[in-house]
Ligand binder design. Structure first.
Ligand SMILES: CCCCCCC/C=C/C(=O)SCCNC(=O)CCNC(=O)[C@H](O)C(C)(C)COP(=O)(O)OP(=O)(O)OC[C@H]1O[C@@H](n2cnc3c(N)ncnc32)[C@H](O)[C@@H]1OP(=O)(O)O
Length: 298
């Protein structure tokens, strides 16, 4: 297999972090004191390899311990996606995880604890942009879900075109358990997969589906043993790439158009809701208790 690494990640090593507000807008700089905590350095958090023979890249999420989606990490993912989109030979991307038993535990909750208004706004805009990029990319996208896939993790997996999951893990939208509500565009992308009623009740309860239930409902497409997830994702990708790229992408665009139109017209209001809601004292208390409960379960 011919592998090539992309030299993508430089941003977070500098004293100032260049954070794009949106793909088409100029970046803004944040003071380093605003960086969130991480147990892996930015350079280690995202690894991209490219297999020239299959024309498929692998985006390996390695922000330990649980691939919490911090602003810097989301920015890295977004930059990587853009680079891959622009790499003409690249036809597909597999998103996998380097964290034991966790694909992605969702947003890094620290981003929402006592945030500055500036950072909170940039965080949400960057997340919106990253989701839109993934949801609409010309690349064929496959999520290799080797562990739990929760809330923001499900945002990544449900934006992909195909999902392979390991057994005995949890996947879904549990935001209500943190006293918050998933944004409409994330809800829509899950609803597109499992339908209205299953989305409604699971959203209201914060229910996480087992891998097996997720397969039955269509939230994932295959369940295979954990050590075969990536291999299966590669095999499925090869099968998908037998479909001509432009016809596949146009079909995806057609099917996802309503969700994208709704997103574009509602994204400003969604941003306002997020930045006004998160700093509320009652929400801060609930988020704080949730983080404490995660720590105390040990
Ligand atoms: C209008 C408002 C709109 C808001 C919309 C927001 C939309 C999206 C929201 C989200 O994504 S919120 C995040 C939701 N995620 C979760 O609830 C997952 C929480 N984590 C877990 O359930 C477990 O950690 C796990 C993923 C099942 C893994 O369990 P495991 O036993 O393997 O590890 P832990 O010991 O629990 O965790 C290790 C370490 O990591 C910390 N941590 C876990 N998840 C997060 C997280 N999402 N953000 C930040 N930190 C996280 C956990 O506290 C442990 O820390 P230490 O104790 O080691 O310091």
């Amino acid at each position: 297999m011919t592998m090539r690494s992309f030299g993508l990640i430089r941003q977070c090593c500098n004293a100032l972090v260049r954070v794009p507000l949106a793909r088409e807008k100029s970046p803004v700089s944040l003071p380093i004191s605003h960086l969130s905590r991480s147990l892996t350095t930015a350079a280690e958090a995202l690894k991209i390899t490219y297999d020239e023979k299959s024309e498929v890249a692998t985006m390996h999420l390695c922000r330990k311990p649980v691939n919490g989606l911090s602003l810097e990490f989301i920015t890295q993912i977004s930059i990587a996606l853009e680079k891959l989109e622009n790499e003409r030979s690249c036809r597909g991307v597999i998103i996998s995880s380097g964290c034991d038993n966790v694909f992605c535990a969702g947003l890094d909750i620290n981003e929402m604890l006592r945030p500055t208004p500036e950072r909170l706004e940039i965080f949400w805009k960057t997340l919106q942009d990253m989701w839109l990029q993934l949801f609409t990319t010309r690349l064929m996208t496959v999520a290799a879900i080797t562990g739990h896939c929760i809330a923001g993790g499900c945002l990544i997996s449900s934006a992909c075109d195909h999902r392979v999951m390991a057994p005995n893990f949890k996947i879904g939208l549990n935001e209500v358990k943190l006293g918050i509500v998933a944004p409409f565009w994330l809800v829509d992308s899950v609803k597109n997969l499992i339908g209205y009623r299953q989305t409604e009740w699971s959203l209201m309860k914060g229910h996480l589906f087992s891998s097996e239930d997720a397969l039955r409902l269509g939230l994932v497409d295959k369940v295979v043993p954990q050590d075969q997830v990536v291999l299966q994702a590669e095999a499925d990708m090869a099968e998908w790439l037998q479909v001509p790229d432009s016809a596949r992408h146009l079909s995806k665009t057609l099917m996802r158009r309503d969700t994208v139109v709704r997103f574009r017209s509602g994204r400003e209001a969604d941003l306002k809701t997020f930045v006004n809601y998160i700093p509320k004292e009652s929400i801060q208390k609930t988020l704080h208790s949730y983080v404490e409960s995660l720590k105390s379960k040990k």
